[in-house]
Design a binder for this molecule. Structure first.
Ligand SMILES: O=c1ccn([C@@H]2O[C@H](COP(=O)(O)OP(=O)(O)O[C@H]3O[C@H](CO)[C@@H](O)[C@H](O)[C@H]3O)[C@@H](O)[C@H]2O)c(=O)[nH]1
Length: 330
């Protein structure tokens, strides 16, 4: 398949591009490089430096490339910031996606894979989370992703668009060869911050809340390896052959891991101490989120190779050791 990967220079997108190549597909990357890194995409891959706010530019790319499938990873994904600047989230996560879909449909491209999130569930009534649970996001990040899911649902019957929307739990880890990994500027995610603190490259880690109703008082999350996520996207291609098909899948291991357990894993893997202190809760953080991914397992044959936090942190640690100096600078 020829696959246009929007956000292909970002964290999850770049890992997916690598997996697409390995599976014999033809990825083409579209990215504005505001958060992505050119160095995360192999030089041989065709690259369009385009902002999804620029409708004419997207149109030109779609007309020139005519891909079989579009995968869409380009979005803002920092939960804390979504609380302080929701408008930015509507521009970048909803309006930008509409531009992309509009252009796709005008050029007869009707297969779409969308990065959604477990943040669409908000604070769920039950755990683990199945796809059937009510979606009631508690931050604009989750809300904008749910808005796009709803947009896709209403477009599919009318336009023949077929799509798979993946509700990721916490994407984590790095390519096993250490070539690419997580690097956001500014960084807000737990594992890179904990590793940076251990290396003495970042300030002491703040643990956001130790009074949650969880076994050790810190939030529980479901950390899923980025290569496992990527494999699910590729496994969905056959489903997109049916015009108007709509698919939603949770992607997580089902293993709940607390913030303190992540810190312990980083200390064990690195042999270093993570300097950390307790801080107030962060707005918009649900106490616990972990997946029931039975649907992806049965319908896509998807089984995550990484089931627990330590081997995931091992890949992240390897990447942080290998990362070229200045990689995230701009
Ligand atoms: O400096 C930090 C950073 C994070 N945390 C905690 O660590 C956990 C994980 O946080 P983070 O790595 O920021 O991920 P989440 O906020 O859980 O958000 C991720 O998980 C969402 C689903 O909830 C995804 O959709 C988002 O893209 C992704 O950022 C949370 O309990 C945070 O409160 C800290 O204690 N200190």
């Amino acid at each position: 398949m020829k696959v246009l990967v929007a956000g292909g220079a970002g964290y999850i997108g770049s890992h997916c591009v690598k997996q697409l190549l390995a599976a014999g597909h033809e990825p083409v990357v579209l990215d504005n490089l505001v958060y992505g890194h050119r160095a995360a995409v192999a030089p041989a891959i065709r690259f369009h430096e385009v902002n999804l706010g620029d409708k004419a530019a997207i149109d030109r790319v779609l007309a020139a490339e005519r891909p079989d499938v579009v995968m869409h990873f380009a979005a803002f994904a920092y939960v804390g910031e979504s609380v302080t600047d929701p408008l930015k989230y509507y521009h970048n996560n909803v309006a930008a996606t509409l531009n992309l879909l509009d252009s796709m449909l005008r050029h007869g491209v009707r297969k779409f894979v969308f990065s959604s999130t477990c943040a669409t569930y908000g604070i769920p009534d039950r755990m683990p989370i199945t796809e059937a649970l009510l979606q009631r996001p508690i931050n604009p990040y989750g809300q904008t992703k749910l808005d796009v899911e709803n947009m896709l649902k209403s477009l599919a019957p009318a336009t023949g668009l077929s799509f798979a929307a993946f509700r990721y739990f916490n994407a984590a880890g790095a390519a096993e060869d250490g070539s690419i990994g997580e690097d956001h500027t500014p960084e807000s995610h737990l594992i890179p911050l904990a590793i940076g603190a251990a290396q003495g490259l970042r300030p002491e880690l703040q643990i956001f809340g130790n009074d949650y109703p969880t076994p050790d008082g810190t939030c529980l999350r479901d950390y899923v390896h980025v290569d496992d996520l990527s494999r699910a996207h590729i496994a969905a291609f056959p489903l997109l052959e049916t015009a108007g098909a709509q698919h939603f899948y949770n992607l997580g291991t089902g293993t709940p891991t607390s913030v303190l357990e992540v810190i312990q894993a980083v200390e064990k893997v690195s042999g270093l101490k993570v300097p950390a202190k307790f801080a107030p809760r962060r707005a918009g953080d649900p106490p616990a989120l972990y997946a029931d991914a039975t649907k992806a397992r049965t319908e896509l044959g998807w089984t995550p190779r990484f089931q627990t936090i330590q081997p995931i942190v091992e890949t992240a640690w390897r990447w942080h050791q290998a990362k070229p100096k200045g990689y995230g600078d701009r």
